[in-house]
Ligand binder design. Sequence first.
Ligand SMILES: Nc1ncnc2c1ncn2[C@@H]1O[C@H](COP(=O)(O)OP(=O)(O)OP(=O)(O)O)[C@@H](O)[C@H]1O
Ligand SMILES: [Mg+2]
Length: 319
Amino acid sequence: MMSLLEVKNLKTYFHTKEGIVKAVDDVSFTLEEGEAIGLVGESGCGKTTTALSITSLLPEEGTIAGGEIHYNGKNLVELNSNQIRRYRWNEISIAFQGAMNALNPVKKIGEQLTDVMMYHNKLDYKAARKKAKGLMELVEIDPERIDQYPHEFSGGMKQRVMIAMALACDPKILIGDEPTTALDVMVQAQILELLEKLRQELGMSLILITHDLSVMAETCDKAVVMYAGKIVETGTVENVINHSSHPYTQKLVKAFPDIHGKREMTESIPGSPPDLINPPTGCYFHPRCEQATEECKKTAPTLREIAKDHYVACHLRGE
Ligand SMILES: Nc1ncnc2c1ncn2[C@@H]1O[C@H](COP(=O)(O)OP(=O)(O)OP(=O)(O)O)[C@@H](O)[C@H]1O
Ligand SMILES: [Mg+2]
């Protein structure tokens, strides 16, 4: 069966004065209808770049150097910017990292919502305003507040507005890039519940980007763990979290001692992620891995299926 979204051997590079940054380096995963997938990994591992590649929102210095992104059977990488515009908002939509500060401070919330719908969905003002109120209700904000300004909203409410905005054109896939980061724990929980509700009520698929494993565990079916632009482990959330196999994932899981409780990293992983312009030889994780062997220093491991719905890229893990 064809997946709703299939990312295949995606490579996204940034051209900088210092050299080429391979931010996403041969990443593949699939997303089914109604499914929620979590992209996790430390800062700089390529999560946002993956999302920007899927939505064609890369900055000028970024290019898709290889691979395919199939949505409903169409390879989005081959579309021109006009064609791709029809997919963004209407099919695949993104709520950005720290987006609550991206709201226009001098425009009323309602106006910002209706603008999106009038422009991308060609709704007239009346229809857009009606829909905006409906969306506010959906994200559990009193529609009576439609004519208020962003500064009159709390951080959590602004984040809800950003989610409402991403939903304005009824997308099939919602990408949330750290939608709960910077919010207090109570508000985080509410936003996660909201995402779950949207998934159930609208049958939407979700790509949740987070550096927080506990957030992912609560919300997602599948997990993709990235390290330095590559997938090191993927599978069901159960497999990846409760039976994590890659030394990096294991350290990540250990850093969140109470997956279902406190949402904060208590222990950081020793060492730092590699320089993506001059990455290490072999397995990119080997300089930080206590179990690394000579082989790990020499050859890059590829993803292998170690159990049903469980893939790991590590020389130390057998078939
Ligand atoms: N415009 C750019 N020019 C050059 N390098 C970039 C650019 N944007 C991102 N990068 C680099 O690409 C790599 C991946 O960045 P990305 O933003 O995708 O990481 P991330 O996983 O989203 O991190 P975070 O958790 O901090 O948001 C990093 O090394 C980053 O420095
Ligand atoms: Mg990011």
